[in-house]
Design a protein around this ligand. Structure first.
Ligand code: G3P
Length: 217
């Protein structure tokens, strides 16, 4: 199971990389705006900066909604660095763009996926990753993890090699449940990943061990 961090914040990406368990980064236009990255040149430089921190895939999202625009943006992003994966929204023009990129050997991440049907289309178009947003489904009283289960079943039924990238992960239980279901990748905030390490019995156990060790120091 791969762990991606869902941020454009370089300090958090470095912190996650230093943990030694980071497999990649996902970004989106909202996350780039949050970091104050404005203008295409600054955006491109930021993607290269991220690629230079992590060893794995870095999703760079197009903002065009027409096929020609998505192709232009995506080809420019893909040319920036071999680690770039072009993130494309699940709309009809996006499906065409994913098919185009697949034919050109450019890897893609189909984003804003909220249904099994959308995930099926992404796989048929040849997406490298599909990003179902589990937290946002939970937000509207819909079973986000249930969608991951459905997509896993469908992809396994037909041997699709599109990787299920569970996105909009909000907390450690999302990660654990995704691992049980068999999602290929999760992406979420650093806090959700580091929370996996926490357990009160670890803290009290360590405190006892350290106190006992002092008795014999
Ligand atoms: O990057 C896509 C997705 O992970 C967004 O998550 O927390 O904004 O719903 P969130």
């Amino acid at each position: 199971m791969k762990f991606f961090i869902d941020t454009a914040n370089l300090a958090q990406i470095k912190e996650a990389q230093e943990l030694g368990i980071l497999d990649g980064v996902t970004t989106n236009p909202s996350l780039m705006a949050k970091e104050g990255i404005k203008g295409i040149d600054a955006i491109k430089k930021h993607y290269v900066d991220i690629c230079n921190i992590v060893d794995g895939d870095v999703s760079a999202e197009v903002i065009s909604t027409d096929l020609a625009g998505m192709i232009k943006e995506g080809e420019e992003f893909a040319a920036l660095h071999p680690q770039i994966v072009v993130k494309v929204p699940m709309i009809p023009e996006g499906i065409k763009a994913i098919k185009y990129f697949t034919g050109k050997g450019i890897r893609t991440n189909c984003t804003l996926v909220f249904s099994a049907g959308q995930a099926l289309l992404a796989a048929k178009a040849g997406a490298s990753y599909v990003s179902p947003f589990i937290g946002r489904l939970d937000d509207v009283s819909t079973d986000g993890l249930g969608l991951i289960e459905d997509i896993r079943l469908i992809y396994d039924n037909y041997g699709f090699d599109t990787e299920i990238l569970a996105a909009s992960v909000r907390h450690p239980m999302h990660i654990i449940e995704c691992a049980k279901i068999g999602a290929d990748v999760i992406t979420g905030p650093l806090s959700a990943i580091t929370a996996l390490a926490k357990h009160p019995l670890t803290d009290t156990g360590l405190a006892t061990f350290l106190a006992d060790a002092k008795k014999f120091a």
